[in-house]
Design a protein. Structure first.
Length: 478
């Protein structure tokens, strides 16, 4: 598929930039079918390249520029950690005291984690809680306060402090703790205590704020070789401390410099260096994923940052993925090389290809065709779902209908339609067709119904979190 390319008028093209950088990005846009990319490169404390490539709006043929606004996704987590460091430095919260003593209403399903989890545990992904993101990734998401109350009903999948498990809800909780300690909203606190001191006045704390900016980038998915517009997840600003910030490549590159310079801005400490040092200190070992990675050394999560190695060199980074946006902030601290990437279609290989290729060139290493390497290591498609042929439902269709509820995930409502059933979970609807026995399916989603001893369909099971068994929704008696 041919993709027209437009270069940003506000680009910075300095002599120190690796040769053929523009060609590298243009090839990736074409080969990986991404509408638009923004790229920043830092070397020895200076921005040596900033450029927009491709389209921020494919329909209107509007180009990506260095001022185009993308969602940063989970890069926001490091902003929340800096906020908590600021408050801890003033004695307004304690990193290693239980959250339950500092945030009323905090409770987890695991009593040990509920009693002992500290703010440090929340921001280093070691509470034993898996993601449970589908509790908020719905058209009608619960409020932030409601989500905090629901945490106690969400099953854990590991013992407290035994393993790394990425968790947006724990970062939302950390943000709520920070807001309480600051005596304001998270949005106000992160702006006054982090963004403004670092000179990031143009960064939006929420997507609602970003949507008002003049160069907001349209996110896309890829469908049948064409770009399809994606809506922004309604729960994004509710989960704000975990992933709602947005800005340009200029802003993100300045934020990268703040980390690389340990909080020094214009020769003066904007925030204490100790905040940044703590964030890039390993806290939680990360298990191998089983998918391809060029990073062979063990990786760790610090506080809002990933820590690992590339070619024997210390590497620090964080990605951000939400609603068709994908972001990367990546650097080699000893070599003083840093790279920022923003995309408006989620293609996870592209930021890695850019970072590795550009780092190799800046370090003078042997060239590797990282695009080809990642193409060769595309994960295989999921195995087909198992189905028992020749079965029929155990009940008439209307016996499956009704309102069912789970104390954490809320209600689901099942109704009949012309071809089967419709399941509505907070506005997220599945049109279900019979699969086998009392199981129905929509694409790869399967929904099972259980019958009690009296013959009544009493329970609906949905696989909403891969790390735990199906979530059970119990019939609500009318």
């Amino acid at each position: 598929m041919f993709l027209p390319l437009f270069l940003a008028l506000s680009s910075i093209a300095l002599a120190q930039a690796p040769p053929d950088t523009d060609r590298l990005v243009e090839d990736l846009l074409r080969d990986w079918q991404v509408p638009g990319v923004a790229l920043g490169i830092v070397k020895d404390g200076a921005v040596i390249h900033q450029q927009g490539y491709g389209l921020r709006d494919a329909e209107r043929k509007l180009p990506v520029t260095t001022k185009s606004v993308f969602a940063y996704g989970s890069i926001t987590k490091s902003l929340t950690v800096l906020l908590l460091h600021s408050l801890a430095a003033e004695g307004k919260l304690e990193w290693d005291s239980p959250v339950r003593d500092q945030l009323p209403g905090f409770k987890l399903s695991d009593p040990v984690a509920s009693e002992r989890a500290t703010p440090r545990d929340l921001v280093s992904h070691r509470t034993g809680m898996p993601r449970h993101d589908l509790i908020w990734v719905v058209p009608q998401p619960p409020s932030r306060e409601d989500l905090l109350t629901r945490l106690r009903y969400l099953p854990a999948s590991a013992d407290f402090r035994t393993t790394y498990q990425y968790n947006n809800l724990m970062f939302m909780t950390a943000g709520m703790l920070g807001a309480r300690a600051a005596g304001s909203s998270w949005e106000q606190a992160v702006r006054s205590r982090v963004l403004e001191p670092l000179g990031l006045n143009n960064v939006a704390a929420t997507y609602a704020e970003a949507a008002l900016k003049p160069e907001v980038v349209q996110p896309y998915s890829l469908k049948d070789e064409s770009f399809e517009k994606l809506p922004v997840t309604p729960g994004l600003d509710i989960i704000a401390p975990a992933g709602s910030s947005a800005g340009s490549i200029e802003d993100l590159t300045q934020y990268l410099l703040a980390h690389m310079n340990s909080g020094v801005r214009n020769g003066q400490p904007a925030l204490p260096a100790t905040f940044f040092e703590a964030m890039r200190t390993p806290h939680t070992p990360m298990p191998a994923t089983g998918t391809y990675s060029p990073f062979t050394a063990p990786q760790h999560y610090g506080m809002g940052l990933f820590i690992g190695e590339y070619q024997g060199r210390r590497m620090i980074h964080h990605t951000g993925t939400i609603s068709g946006y994908h972001a990367m902030m990546w650097w080699l601290p000893q070599e003083k090389i840093g790279i920022t990437v923003l995309l408006n279609r989620v293609e996870r290989a592209v930021p890695h290809i850019l970072c590795l290729t550009l780092a190799d060139r800046l370090l003078g290493l042997k060239a590797t065709d990282w695009s080809a390497v990642y193409k060769q290591n595309v994960p295989p498609p999921p195995a087909p779902l198992k189905q028992v042929n020749g079965t029929s439902p155990g009940h008439p269709m209307d016996h499956y209908t009704g309102r069912f509820s789970h104390p954490g995930y809320g209600p689901v409502i099942v109704t009949t339609n012309a071809t089967g059933l419709t399941l509505d979970r907070s506005g997220a609807k599945l049109n279900l067709k019979h699969w086998h026995y009392d199981t129905f399916a929509a694409a790869r989603e399967r929904v099972s119904f259980l019958t009690d001893a009296d013959g009544t369909v009493s329970t609906v099971r949905l696989k909403l979190e891969p790390a735990v068994p199906e979530i059970e929704f119990v019939r609500v008696k009318q």
